[in-house]
Design a protein around this ligand. Structure first.
Ligand SMILES: NC(=O)c1ccc[n+]([C@@H]2O[C@H](COP(=O)([O-])OP(=O)(O)OC[C@H]3O[C@@H](n4cnc5c(N)ncnc54)[C@H](OP(=O)(O)O)[C@@H]3O)[C@@H](O)[C@H]2O)c1
Length: 279
């Protein structure tokens, strides 16, 4: 792989405070590449819900890492991605790197919008993040020692967001990744119960797993005042996307980086060692 650095202008990282964006920004800074922060709390601010904020963050930007919030599968996402890409190309952007989701038809519509935007593109089509257990909505369940979710025997190739960040940085800073769609998975298929066991082994505190009916899950989220849009998204992910369609491993990490992806047990051990599951 050609590792020539092709940019010294700032790289825009949307979701700089999120799971992948934070790691992408850290890696770019370590390489001495300036980062334009994409966050509602940055100056200039970036807000997906306010198009008037988009032009300022795109000024003098040659490449961007695009993470949409909350998910490319929500209604309005294709329109937002289309409008953002049009503006980015008009602003002179030369490379768009999109974080996408595996097995989501709607996300694939957004991928196509990026591909046809009129500039170089790379798609990172990712499976469920391992870090959902430590930095996302499943963390509270882990802290309680009991994960209760609607997923049963279905297996998911959880991917470590450190790998996603490595691929994103390679795509943003090296030649050879334009026009590539990388399907990013971990190296192993695990049920949610397997994942709970791995975390229990790593922390020394057993984590129980129980499959609960979808309606009970939705009712619990509603009682906890989780926003309706988030409930709709989780309902869709657990009923439609986690139906077995993603039960295959892919070679995306290897193709992009020339090495194997990190395993879930390594993630669990490292996360436990960093005290991320301490109350
Ligand atoms: N989680 C997974 O397993 C998974 C798997 C595959 C793909 N994905 C994709 O990853 C993306 C992010 O997923 P995540 O749930 O893990 O979130 P995340 O990246 O950890 O964090 C959310 C980020 O979104 C930003 N944000 C929230 N509302 C925003 C708004 N209105 N405008 C601009 N930025 C906003 C937040 O920034 P500020 O608060 O600083 O503004 C924060 O940086 C989604 O597109 C999803 O489809 C996720």
């Amino acid at each position: 792989m050609n590792s020539k650095n092709t940019t010294t202008s700032p790289i825009l990282v949307l979701g700089t405070t999120g799971k992948t964006g934070r790691r992408v920004a850290q890696r770019l800074r370590k390489k001495g590449i300036p980062v334009r922060i994409g966050s509602r709390s940055a100056t200039p601010a970036f807000d997906w819900e306010n198009q008037a904020t988009w032009a300022d963050v795109l000024k003098n930007i040659k490449a961007a890492y695009i993470t949409f919030y909350p998910d490319l599968a929500v209604s309005g996402a294709p329109q937002a991605i289309h409008a953002f890409c049009q503006l980015a190309v008009k602003s002179g952007i030369e490379h768009l790197v999109l974080l996408s989701g595996r097995g989501e038809e709607e996300a694939q519509r957004c991928e196509n919008i990026v591909k046809s935007a009129g500039t170089a593109w790379t798609i990172l089509r990712s499976s469920w993040f391992s870090q959902n257990f430590s930095e996302g909505f499943i963390r509270d369940f882990v802290l309680a020692g009991h994960i209760a979710l609607p997923a049963g025997a279905v297996r998911e190739p959880f991917v470590d967001v450190e790998d996603i960040a490595d691929v994103a940085v390679a795509a943003l800073t090296e030649s050879g990744h334009a026009g590539e769609l990388y399907e990013l998975t971990g190296p192993r298929l695990l049920t949610f119960s397997d994942a709970a066991n791995e975390i229990g082994k790593a922390t020394g505190q057993p984590v129980q797993y129980t499959q609960i009916p979808q309606q009970v899950f939705i009712k619990t989220l509603t009682e906890k005042n989780v926003p309706a849009e988030t409930i709709g998204l989780l309902d869709y992910l657990f009923t439609t996307v986690l139906d077995g369609r993603n039960e295959q491993l892919t070679d995306g990490v290897h193709r992009a980086l020339g090495r194997q992806p990190r395993d879930f047990s390594a993630y669990a051990q490292k996360t436990a060692a960093n005290a991320a599951w301490q109350k």
